[in-house]
Design a protein around this ligand. Sequence first.
Ligand SMILES: NC(=O)c1ccc[n+]([C@@H]2O[C@H](COP(=O)([O-])OP(=O)(O)OC[C@H]3O[C@@H](n4cnc5c(N)ncnc54)[C@H](OP(=O)(O)O)[C@@H]3O)[C@@H](O)[C@H]2O)c1
Length: 346
Amino acid sequence: MKRNRPNKKRITQNNMSSNNDNNNRMAMPRIGFGTFFSDENNMKKIKNAIDESFEIGYNAYDCAEMYQSTKAVGERIGTKPRELLWITSKLIGIPNDTDDNYTILKKRVEDHLEQLGGLKYVDLLLIHFPGEKKIDLGGAPEKVKEDATFQWFDENIDQGWKNMVRLRKDGLCRNIGISNFYQKHLDRLLKCPSVDITKEENNMPFANEIYVDPTHPEFNFVEYMQSLKIKVIAYRSLAFLPVIQMASQMGDVTYSKLDALKEEEGHKSIHETIIKWLISRDIYVLVKSTSKDHLSANYSAVADTDDATKAMNYDKQIFGPSEMVLMCGGTDEYADVFKSISLEKE
Ligand SMILES: NC(=O)c1ccc[n+]([C@@H]2O[C@H](COP(=O)([O-])OP(=O)(O)OC[C@H]3O[C@@H](n4cnc5c(N)ncnc54)[C@H](OP(=O)(O)O)[C@@H]3O)[C@@H](O)[C@H]2O)c1
C-alpha cells in the first residue's frame, strides 16, 4: 500500500502534561483537521482535502461516530503511518450501557475503529454531547433541549464515564474526554465514583471539545477547565465569520474590531487572528477546509506561533455575545442548547 510521507515539521506539544494520558508517544497537536462534512456526494473532495492536509503537515483529525464522512476519512487516514497520527473521535451520546452489556459497547467502538481505516485505537475518545444516544443532533434544537435533560444526565453519567474508563483500559483509546459539556455537566462528571483527583490515574477528562468563536469566547469556562488541567479544544471558530461580516453591514461592530486587531497584529487575515487568539489562550483548534490555500494558511497560523502560549495583547471587549450576529443565525444552536441546560437552576 502506498504510504504518504510528511514533508513538514508537525505541530505537537510534547512538553505538556496531561490528566490521564497513557500515550507517551505523541502529545495532542495544536491544530486538527475537522471532518464534519454533510455533503455525502462530495466524498472525493473530502478525501483530497485529507491527503492535501497531511502533505501540508496536519496529523490530527477530528472524527465522530455520527459524521457521514467517517468511511471516506477512514479510507485516507488508513493509508498514513499510524504512529504519525493523532485521531480523535466521538461516541454519540453517553455510553450508559450496563456492565452486562459492556461487550456490546466495545463491539460498537471496534466497528467504528474499523470504519476509520481499520484503526486499533483512537488517541482521544470523547462523549459527543451530554445526553442520550437517541438524541438527533441534526434535528430541531428545541427537541434536543427537551430530550437532553440534566436529570437524565445526572442519572446516567456515572455508568457512562465508568464505561469510558473501561474502554481506555481495554486499549480502544489512549485518552478519554467530553464534548459540549458545560459547567454543571463537568462539575457533575467530576463527582463520578470513577474519578479520583487524588490518584495519579485520576480518570479526569483529558479534554473538552466546545464551541468557541469571537461571539462565544468562553473566557471563564476555558480558564476553569485549564485550572483543572483539562485541555480545551475549540470547534466552529471560523464557521460564522461570514455571518459576523454580514452583521457588520447592519451596524454590528464585532467584525471591524476583529479587523483592527488583525491590522495591529500584522496578520494576513481575520482567520489567522482568530486561530492565533485561540492558541494564545492555550486552546487547541479544529478547522475544516477543502481549499488547499486555506488549509496551508491555517496551518501556518499555528506553525508561525513559535511559542504556542505567547500572549496576544487585545481588549477582551472585542469578543463577546452580539445580538445582531445571533439574529443573523451566527451561532451553533446545539452548543447553545447544552449551555442553556447547564445554566438551568435545579
Ligand atoms: N464536538 C462537536 O459537537 C462539534 C460540532 C461542530 C464541529 N465540530 C468539529 O469542528 C470542526 C470545525 O468546525 P466546522 O467544520 O463547523 O467549521 P470551521 O472549521 O470553523 O469553518 C469552516 C468554514 O471556514 C472556511 N475556512 C476555513 N479556513 C479558512 C480560511 N483560512 N479563509 C477563509 N475561509 C476559511 C471553510 O471554507 P473553505 O472550505 O472554503 O476553506 C468553511 O466554510 C468540524 O469539522 C468538526 O470536526 C465538532
